[in-house]
Design a protein around this ligand. Sequence first.
Ligand code: T1G
Length: 655
Amino acid sequence: MPEMRFSESVSARLDDGVLVVAIDNPPVNALSAHVRSGLIAALDHATVAAEIAGLVISGAGRTFIGGADIKEFGQPMVEPTLPQVIDRIESFEKPIICAVNGAALGGGCEVALACHGRIAGETASFGLPEVKLGIVPGAGGTQRLPRLIGPIAAIDLIGTGRAVKAGEAVALGLVDVAAADPLAAAIAAVRENARRPLRRTGSIEMPAADAAAVSAAEAKVLARSRGQLAPAEAVRLVKSANQLDLEQGLAEERATFLRLRDSEESAALRHVFLAERAAGKVEKLAGVSPRRIESVGIVGTGLMGSGIAVSALTSGYRVIALEQTQEAATAGRGRIAGILDKAVQSRRLTTEAREACLARLDTTAEAKNLAAADLVVEAVFDDISVKTELFRRLDGIVAPGAILATNTSYLDPDAIAAATADPSRVVGLHFFSPANVMRLVEVVDCAKTAPDVLASALAFVKRLGKLPIVCGVTEGFVGNRIFSAYRREAEFMLQDGALPHEIDAALEAYGFPMGIFAVNDMAGLEIAWARRKRLAATRDPAERYVEIADRLCEAGRLGRKTGHGWYAYPDGERTIDPAVTAAIEAARAAKNIEPRTFTAEEIIDRLLKAMVDEGAALLAEGIAARPGDIDLVMINGYGFPAHKGGPMFAAEHNR
Ligand code: T1G
């Protein structure tokens, strides 16, 4: 039968009485206006065509439907709206089965929920990630999902926005069956359903649930939301499905969705979503092919090196981990295996996958074994002579086409590159600790890095499932340079009259998981102290300098690990320490500063300004390519609340 076309992105073919509808709206089959109108046209056709027994809805490519079209947000609503399409599907008089071949997210999952049956392919996934965009499902997700899988599981999925794969979706009751050929299975399911009453999700009686378990699920979601509106609203709507009838529930959900869609929180989170996709695009790399990387050498298996090794192993790479002695190599293998064991215990990794990772891991004290590596990442002590000496040695070991990456935080990667015969193969990969957990990697485009080496580094970081942000060479790159500026401003305020716990409280109220002084205590004060001592000789005497942190370090107060830093930690509990207050008061007196009070708002304004000014300098110097990159670094590396959009976005929107 010839193909029927219902809109630019919706077509269908008739398969022995079953209308097989295909949505083809690259790149992710988002439910743009022409997809919605095409679906309605297909339903109109099926209504009058007596030969059609029912319909299958499928997605072309590797995504079923990636959700409502985020790029349409903020534009006038065009009918048919998604709720109109979904209502038409659920109430349709002939069976409609969806064949889910890939991601069914947001509106895509809501389309699936409205169908009279759901077939999942092996690569299918289902999720309602709207809260990650600062909104709630707006087309029935909070009302239909709990009817299918119960309120507790629905609160988890909708409150966190996490997606489930085919197996879990079947186990939850979200999907009827998983099939190797979802299209064929769906066509057969249409014929089966044509002979019996249709199962309309909205008419399913809400499953009973233990009130305490519902409250526990709600508390778990709210504990993670850190002041965001959307998760709490999503949970409220799921719970309301138990009290309201479908029509009332849908109306309340739609009103909530429209209100949140226009909120500042949603604008911020949509900015982050689009910034993440823009960050991976480097204009000068258009048409540049990355080198093949299958075997990764890692020099150093301390905290950072073992984290990088685990990240590479769980992403399918072969890893050769080099240490200075066989004993250290054995200890390094133990650390790597220990991290993998923790992943198995927390069910993030299967036992089989752990075994496969260890089978691909060689730990050695023989540097010559790195000859097989396509990429070597050094994670040795952050000292310029150690690193340059290592790169000199690697030059004589690795293949000419192998890439050398330095994980340095503060040293000059161009100086490290200069130690090799071919600096064009050197790139910076600044991982954040713990490297197997933190998404952010600053990919440093050194002065002589070859374009295909940079492209290879980007492809490597993406395959690790991490977020690569390309930057130029400057002390501290993007994140640490901004962090230094913001820490400096915080210490200015200490000297002017604020106290550590007041500044930390303001940051936590703004949405940071932890304030800057608590973070310093956790990381250790000695790192910044060593840098300040290194820069002392060249520091501009006219520049304001606060010595309070130096006094604490000289007194051995290096943070949590020494039992006290900016705070005291009796039995591990962070507590305000009068000795620190006294040291701050002495520092003020020494400069004849009359202390003044600060409001939380002023504290945030000053810290935000310090970050934004440094960010503007990084953009002006060409170190950072775009403001969104700076936002992503501060969100993913330094705890800046994503629902504020990052410092550059927040400052532009006065938030
Ligand atoms: N709308 C518009 N464009 C989208 C999009 C969407 N929903 N999702 C992705 N894109 C673009 C993206 O900007 C990029 O564009 C390209 O597709 C590839 O994206 C009513 C209201 C689907 C798992 O939150 O999670 O439904 O850079 O690199 O790695 O209740 O995209 O090429 O120009 O991420 O293969 C809810 C968001 C929407 C899903 C594919 N849905 N998307 O991952 O590709 S709100 C989401 C994703 C909603 C309803 C509510 C992923 C993906 P460009 P990509 P990918």
